[in-house]
Design a protein around this ligand. Structure first.
Ligand code: DHB
Ligand code: MG
Length: 222
């Protein structure tokens, strides 16, 4: 229909179904203090990520792109007391905002923020042979999506679930001639997934508070 209708429907389900506490609301609105205001997922999407984690029985979660830590809080709460979230953030400024938000949300003890380029942080995790992750959320700089997928495959167990944000981009994802590096990053990772026999994947388009976009959902079978 229209962007306005999408927003009204999103707000309807959010009001009816998504109980955001003060810590989540503060984290979401503190996005304005980061280098990328308004890039965080919506409340309905945050709850979706947490539910996917729980449906996948995940206790170890890896996140590419912390920003203010809004999705990080949803993921950390989903894994519960004994769970762990490692979240990778390029900008120290954003990591500092996230630290405050995680503290307010009461999940500091189960979240580790690694500041710096996420490809380097992920490589350190690989070199350290950390325990495999069960669930990955890729939501950082889009040109690096293929690199983040490869790192995720080195860091997850068979059966793990990988979710990639912002794969529809107002429909521009279908433009094979695009000069936009972010759209190229999405198309490149889709092509890699399609070639990899270990991976089952599909995409869901989303509309709502964040406009027209979508998630890629991946399950690694081996
Ligand atoms: C942008 C990045 C995101 O991860 C998002 O959810 C929305 C926007 C961006 O690069 O502008
Ligand atoms: Mg995103």
């Amino acid at each position: 229909e229209s962007d306005q209708t999408w927003r009204e429907v999103d707000a309807y389900f959010e009001d009816a179904l998504v109980a955001e506490d003060d810590a989540l609301t503060a984290a979401r609105t503190s996005g304005t203090r980061t280098t990328m205001p308004r890039a965080e997922v919506s409340p309905n999407q945050g709850k979706l990520l947490g539910m996917l984690c729980q449906m996948a029985d995940a206790t170890r979660v890896l996140e590419f792109g912390t920003l203010a830590g809004y999705s990080t809080i949803w993921l950390a709460r989903a894994v519960g007391d004994g769970g762990h979230v490692t979240t990778l953030e390029l900008e120290e400024q954003n990591a500092e905002v996230a630290r405050q938000n995680l503290e307010r949300a009461g999940v500091t003890d189960r979240v580790e923020i690694l500041a710096g380029p996420a490809t380097e942080s992920a490589q350190r995790l690989i070199d350290d042979a950390v325990e495999p992750y069960d669930f990955v959320f890729i939501d950082a700089d889009k040109p690096n999506n293929p690199a983040y997928l490869r790192a995720s495959l080195a860091l997850t167990r068979p059966g793990a679930v990988i979710v990639i944000d912002n794969v529809v981009r107002n429909g521009t994802v279908t433009d094979s001639e695009t000069l936009d590096a972010s759209t190229q990053g999405v198309r490149a990772v889709v092509a890699e997934i399609a070639r990899d026999p270990r991976l089952h994947a599909t995409a869901i388009q989303t509309v709502g508070a964040k406009g027209w976009d979508g998630f890629l959902l991946i399950r690694r079978t081996a």
